[in-house]
Design a binder for this molecule. Structure first.
Ligand code: GRF
Length: 198
């Protein structure tokens, strides 16, 4: 029992895989993954979902949000998890799912976030700044990119010989450990009537 969870992904979905594996390994997790959805019909994430026996759907992300809202309603979704979802979430969706959409960012917000700051660009900007640490942030989604309240962060040291690729690899490995557990935590809090209020 617990919240019905949808994961939205635009790409290959390694975080999606980590979440699916975590939920499959522990039958004590709060909530359940009931839908994987993508703005791209060919997203690898949809194949992963299909292989795991989870409904996988694509939707038109170019509208005012009604296609996504219809889809989330059709599957009675309570909690939306963005895992490498690259499109903007329309205000109508944010309003309907206020406090119930979370995202993971491969940097320590509020630094190195915002529109256009994704993937390798984040790690290149971290290195160019001379920062001595980087990491990941899980946060609620509001109507500004990478802006909503922070739920969890994990800090990693930037090494002297790091490249954007080596940083990306280390941060992503940490994401795979942190994100499934934070999803589970948010689901458990939601289930206990202690959903975040902001
Ligand atoms: C991750 O680095 C995540 O922080 C960002 O998008 C990437 C998704 O990777 N939001 P994957 O599709 O889960 O492999």
């Amino acid at each position: 029992m617990g919240p019905r969870i949808a994961v939205l992904a635009s790409g290959g979905g390694t975080n999606l895989k980590a979440i699916i594996d975590h939920y499959a390994a522990l039958n004590t997790c709060a909530g359940s993954i009931e839908l994987v959805a993508s703005n791209r019909e060919t997203a690898g994430a949809l194949e992963r979902a299909h292989a795991a026996g989870i409904p996988a759907e694509s939707f038109d992300s170019g509208d005012d949000g009604s296609a996504l809202i219809d889809l989330l309603h059709r599957f009675s979704i309570d909690l939306v998890v963005l895992a490498g979802y690259l499109k903007h979430i329309p205000g109508s969706v944010i309003e309907k799912y206020h406090g119930r959409i979370i995202n993971i960012h491969p940097g320590l917000l509020p630094d190195f976030g915002g529109a256009g700051m994704y993937g390798a660009r984040v790690h290149a900007a971290v290195l160019a700044s001379g920062a001595t640490s980087t990491g990941l942030t899980v946060h609620f989604v509001d109507d500004e990119y990478d802006h909503g309240p922070v739920i969890a962060q994990w800090r990693l040291r930037v090494k002297i010989d790091d490249t954007p690729e080596s940083l990306a690899e280390r941060v992503l490995s940490a994401e795979h450990i942190v994100y499934p557990r934070v999803v589970e935590m948010v689901a458990a809090l939601t289930d206990s009537g202690l959903a975040a209020d902001f």
